[in-house]
Design a protein around this ligand. Sequence first.
Ligand code: ADP
Ligand code: MG
Length: 609
Amino acid sequence: MPIHILSDQLASQIAAGEVVERPASVVKELVENALDAGASTINVDIREGGQALIQIADDGSGIPAGELETAFQRHATSKLTTAEDLAAIHTLGFRGEALAAIAAVSQLTAVTRTDQEEAGSRLVLDAGKTQSCDAVGAPRGTVIAVENLFYNLPARRKFLKSITTERRLIDEFVTRYAIAYPHVRFRLVHDGRVTFQSSGNGNLRDVLLAVYGADIAKELLEIESQKVETRPQEADEGHSTAAVYRSAIKVSGFIGPPNLHRSNRNQIMLYVNGRWVKDNSLTYAIIQAYHTLLPTGRYPLAVIFLQMPFDQVDVNVHPAKTEVRFRNGNGAFSAVQRAVRRTLVEGSPVRNIGFAAGSGSPTPGYGGWSGTLNQEAFARHDLPAPQGNLHLSWPEQSVEGATAPQVELAGESNAKKELPIMRVVGQVGAAYIIAEGPDGIFLIDQHAAHERILYEQFMAARERNEIASQGLVTGETVQLPPDQAALLEEHLEMLGNLGFQVEPFGPNTFVVRAVPALLSKLDPAAGLRAVVEDLESGNDPLKEREEARIILRVCKTAAVKAGQSLAAAEMEAMIQQLERCQNPHTCPHGRPTLIHLSASTLAKQFGRT
Ligand code: ADP
Ligand code: MG
């Protein structure tokens, strides 16, 4: 279909609003155009987080010379003519606004050639005004170079986030599309450095490997794609024949096993007919499917594709085209939930992931503990889990929003700070220490108490500038998704001050050379990943608070877990150290470290008074 200007009437039916908010939205629109043009290779070149240059080159259909200038007018599109088309959109774009909107706020050059033409054409625009339009030699496809975005809107330019933030957003957008289009070869370059590329071989697992790294990609469980027939909603019936509305929703993709949980929802990705979408309801369907398998406050990793007839989903909801409305929302919800649940049940060797009955472990839910199998056990599919393999996944619970300053307040408000001298009696459920004091019994949460101890020791060491760091004999390499890699790179110095010696080591890859001494006995890669996640979920502008969060994470990771049995000497040492703490009553997140049953409470309970 040639590019033409939409009628006013049709244009008015399209969700109005701005499409070019920031560099990342330019990248998104241009990549969508390349995909709509059937490209099999897309190269994205960014300079200074997109503020200096955004260049997208594709080998798609190209734009005929005679239509090139039209393409840059408002409401010019080749993807839509009638109102009926709007009801069944099958392309990523349809608004006909992106090129015009981008050109209006930048200096733009487009070079393009179709298969049918011998010569290509080159159009140069400045703030939307044509500067030149010539014939040039060009390969088939289209290159759009956007320079100096918002140069003519200084107020707007001022409000752009930092270059690193924009880079991260761009990384996020590009990897999202690479995941949705494994047949397309993507390459993303920031300031001359390749930060992401996919092979375009059509294998989704390979793209996920490029995004998440081998450690995670190999764990992912594939959803057996299955058609879920859903009945039409009541309200739809009068509208058309039942056959038309009988929607077949196909769900496919990959999900993480329960042990790969995250502290935020960022790693739940949803696509509808090849479009990345935000959808709270479907996200919830996925989280629900993991119900009881994940610790409280933790979220799974999932890449889910829904395929359904184009007329079953309305994408004309919001100008960014990332929100959709389903004709049959309940059908979509249950299709996703069932597909995820089935995959989890089939992919997981243990039906009941949690504490084996009678193991004397604490009730799941209290304090957010959840027993999960370790990764090796998970990989050995058909083995029943022996007791010894149960471990408590380490970020048991993230008290979201709890920052160190608030936390300390919680501790300080505790009137009775000093702990009496205690005598250890024993351990219960491999989680609590029982001790006797001058006035009754103390039940001590070994994990919370240890976290408190390590936290105060760490803070004291930091005060003295003496944080102990433990070098690793062989550096451990860690690959991260590009957005997390960018985030880590921003924080290398801060992490260095806290005892992590991490160096960039190729695209999105880092080598860990040293970790805080507290973590020396643990998996350095896992520790680093957790720290990066904390940075991600926090997005805190205050450096001190980010630091505080990392310190909390390090202490939590290093602390003894519930489920670990302790020798008498270990318990005694722990109690003595707790007695020396300034705020012994709470862990650094504000949860209690101990419960006191006073002699009088005991007497009352036993009816002695
Ligand atoms: P929309 O994508 O909503 O149609 P755009 O303003 O993004 O609107 O693009 C206008 C038109 O320009 C498209 O409909 C398409 O015909 C053409 N076009 C834009 N980018 C490309 C490209 N990379 N390859 C081929 N054609 C393109
Ligand atoms: Mg478009």
